[in-house]
Design a protein around this ligand. Sequence first.
Ligand SMILES: [Zn+2]
Ligand SMILES: [Zn+2]
Ligand SMILES: [Zn+2]
Length: 147
Amino acid sequence: MQTLQARGYRVTRPRRMVLQSLEEAARPVSPHEIQSALSSKGGYLDRVTIYRVLDLFCRLNLAHRLPSSGGFVKCSLGEKGGCHRFVVCRQCGAFQEFADEALCREESKLATGLDFHAERHFSETSGICSSCYELRQKALLSAEGQV
Ligand SMILES: [Zn+2]
Ligand SMILES: [Zn+2]
Ligand SMILES: [Zn+2]
């Protein structure tokens, strides 16, 4: 919300509602899921408004849209360095955002080599979180036991 105000955007009711809904989500969510979560608490926003708010949040780096699922997450890094990187579990949707300077330097160097001035880094590593990995190993073992 401070980011909004600092950049001259008003904190409207829909903006507050969508941001809070993103804060409460444990995994990337679609606009439809945001709408359902709001209505389960007695709130209502039409889909177009939700899309508009998400679009603004993404432009301001307050939220991100993850390429693998198309779901939205709240940015947890704030203004740090223009870098937003994710690891995302393709099974349960658990995710973490991080920044890494060394990675950034390397990526910018590559960009320079391509005659390009890097301004922002964004990446997503898709895979399996440790708890889903453990579950999978257990399932594999019990499947083997049945043969
Ligand atoms: Zn971010
Ligand atoms: Zn998982
Ligand atoms: Zn960077």
